[in-house]
Design a protein around this ligand. Structure first.
Ligand SMILES: C[S@@+](CC[C@H](N)C(=O)[O-])C[C@H]1O[C@@H](n2cnc3c(N)ncnc32)[C@H](O)[C@@H]1O
Length: 281
């Protein structure tokens, strides 16, 4: 069985070879054009993140982004006027995030480090976010305890992870990849199926990929010591499941998936859980 260290090595391999969101991106990695298209691709993939992460509210705050990747959120916090810091396990991502800030003349600090052992003193930040990261780390409860520790009293955490109670999990990962394509029989668990299918890898890297129910996320935040915990579910696109993808590809198929129906599918089983909590004042 893979150890926590093996999973962390696999994460570094994964995102060194294939920076997150890089697939098919125009422009030389590190150039302004590259980061402009990275941001455009994020905004088209998940426009709801702007409101959920609330960049605009962070002017003048100390904000930490755990698992900052190529620095999309760090740059957006910085642009909104926050004193922004990012931390990531993958040195290549840290280099790219630093280049991201530099390409737009933004201020901010990005360092290499592990979200399960944050290298910051207690009470350093007013806000901590972690977007699409903690489902890749072996000990999410440890990372949540660390996030609580580095928050100031009254400070807020905004955590986004994959939702196990989602259409994508059940229809695409379990039913399609797992059963129809026979991956479950070959690799033995849905987590391993997701490790092969969720993140694009050009080198066959196998990072840890977990998914949590909204209830599990709420319980983990409460157990870590957060107050005012809320969870919501976001994100459903027709291409997220085989049946809706097939409908959308029919001539005029988009009319069969009107915005109101997609909105209901988001609430019933979107692919991301958003969990917020506050450190007691
Ligand atoms: C899917 S990417 C998301 C990046 C970024 N948050 C974004 O939204 O573009 C996952 C990131 O989490 C980082 N990561 C995984 N485990 C980590 C850990 N224990 N501590 C810090 N970063 C971690 C990876 O290196 C990678 O950069």
């Amino acid at each position: 069985m893979a150890s926590s260290t093996d999973f962390k090595h696999a994460a570094v391999e994964q995102w060194t070879a294939d920076p997150c969101g890089r697939v098919g991106m125009p422009g030389e990695p590190g150039s302004r054009e590259y980061f402009e298209s990275l941001l455009a691709s994020r905004q088209s993939y998940a426009p709801w993140m702007t409101e959920i992460l609330g960049y605009a509210e962070t002017a003048g705050l100390d904000v930490l982004d755990v698992g900052s990747g190529q620095g999309i959120d760090v740059a957006l916090y910085s642009r909104a006027g926050a004193r922004a810091t990012g931390i990531d396990l993958t040195p290549r991502h840290v280099e790219l995030a630093q280049a991201h800030l530099a390409a737009f003349g933004l201020t901010g600090t990005v360092v290499v480090g592990d979200g399960e052992q944050l290298p910051f003193p207690d009470g350093s930040f007013d806000r901590v976010s972690s977007n699409g990261v903690l489902h890749h780390t072996p000990d999410m409860p440890a990372a949540l305890r660390e996030i609580l520790r580095v928050l100031r009293p009254g400070g807020e955490a905004r955590i986004i992870v994959y939702n196990r109670r989602s259409f994508h999990y059940w229809l695409t990962q379990v039913l399609w990849h797992g059963l129809v394509r026979g991956r479950l029989l070959r690799v033995g668990s849905v987590e391993r199926v997701m490790s092969e299918t969720v993140e694009f890898s050009s080198i066959g890297a196998r990072p840890l990929v977990k998914a949590y129910t909204p209830g599990e996320c709420a319980a983990m935040l409460r157990d870590a010591g957060f107050a005012d915990v809320t969870v919501t579910v976001r994100h459903f696109r027709p291409e997220d499941t085989p049946p809706t993808k097939a409908i959308a590809s029919l001539p005029g198929g988009h009319h069969l998936l009107p915005a109101r129906l997609l909105e209901r599918l988001v609430r019933l089983g979107g692919w991301y859980v958003v969990a917020n909590g506050r450190k007691r004042a």
